[in-house]
Design a protein around this ligand. Sequence first.
Ligand SMILES: NC(=O)c1ccc[n+]([C@@H]2O[C@H](COP(=O)([O-])OP(=O)(O)OC[C@H]3O[C@@H](n4cnc5c(N)ncnc54)[C@H](OP(=O)(O)O)[C@@H]3O)[C@@H](O)[C@H]2O)c1
Length: 379
Amino acid sequence: MPSTPDLPASMKALIVEAPGQPLQLKTLPVPSATPGSCVVKVLAAEAGHDMPHVIDGTAGFPFPPNFVPGPHAIGRVVATGPDATTLKVGQLVMVEAFIRPRDDPNDVQILWGLTAGFDPAGLKFMGDNWSLGGLAEYTRAPLENCYPLDEKRLCGPPAEGGLGYSVEDLLHLPTQLVALGGLRALDLKPGERVIVAPSTGVFSGAAVQVAVALGAQVVATGRSRATLEALQRQFPPGRVQVVPITGDVAADTAALKQWGPVDAYLDLTPPTAAGATHPRSCFAALRKYGRACMMGVLRDDLAVSHLLLTFNSLTVRGQFMYERADAWLLIKMVEAGVLRLGKEGGNEVVGRFKFEQADEAFALAQKNAKMGKIVAFVP
Ligand SMILES: NC(=O)c1ccc[n+]([C@@H]2O[C@H](COP(=O)([O-])OP(=O)(O)OC[C@H]3O[C@@H](n4cnc5c(N)ncnc54)[C@H](OP(=O)(O)O)[C@@H]3O)[C@@H](O)[C@H]2O)c1
């Protein structure tokens, strides 16, 4: 099997034995490539702000025993399974977390490095195959979850036609990919007006960036005018309009449609906003035949008028993650320079840490659980 000749036998990894147990730095064997997988040397992995809650069990996300977390990683392929056709040793790749079994991609769905989901079959599938996530010096991932990146274009110096990103800057890609999944589920077209609600969160802020890059006109909402205006300043004048949510449904609805008919609404409401009024205003602001896509992960039921859905012929759908075609498109958008990473795109890597500094990394990540901010492990 194609492989870097000098792969070490062991490596450092952050591992948790079971939910509620501490994250420990341990020495593990370097994985080998099996059919359908490749081994990646991790160059950067995100210290996600919610990861401590996943590890201590309070997030309620199941994961298998002896789990190495880390759902977002950028790395270099060091070995490929015998069935790899395009991926080559030495290639820079984004490892993307949404794993679906090949024999039934629509049933069990797990998030690599994050959770096996709530189906016991997912726990077995993850435990037997994919319990090694991105917080390791080397990891193993399905071939189809490793996306080649044009390193020269993305990381090369601007004087040579590159975009000058660091490898850690590329960690913004997986967050933007979730946003693109929702916007493509809406079939958003250039020139259309879309409400992103709310719009200043980790994923929702990324959705505003991606919607602008797709050529849409964005109406951004949130409770803080100052935060919304800071978001608005990242874009050319007129591309993003802002509406602070007041809680007065009728007034907020009128404010949302003051720039003209609203074609689409992407919902990325976090659980902390359960019971918030903005979904009602956003549905009411949609034009006839408007489309809504619900991506927020909340336990409460969606409150929306049947009459409104019926008489306005609205289409409402949910969206979990994205499709593979979305990942290819996102990478093209970033490589083309249409969607910007780095400070110019409103994004920032606020800290870089070794695995030995895990507590420090997660503490900084929790302070920076904001749009565009990433804390990176650089093993
Ligand atoms: N479907 C999927 O595949 C998928 C994938 C990833 C994430 N998600 C989900 O997407 C959602 C958004 O993620 P995120 O990371 O962007 O969340 P986040 O960073 O926690 O969201 C913060 C945003 O929510 C607003 N907000 C907070 N409390 C609010 C309240 N009480 N009323 C109104 N707005 C409030 C904040 O605005 P202000 O504080 O300024 O008002 C800010 O805009 C989450 O539910 C997450 O689980 C879904």
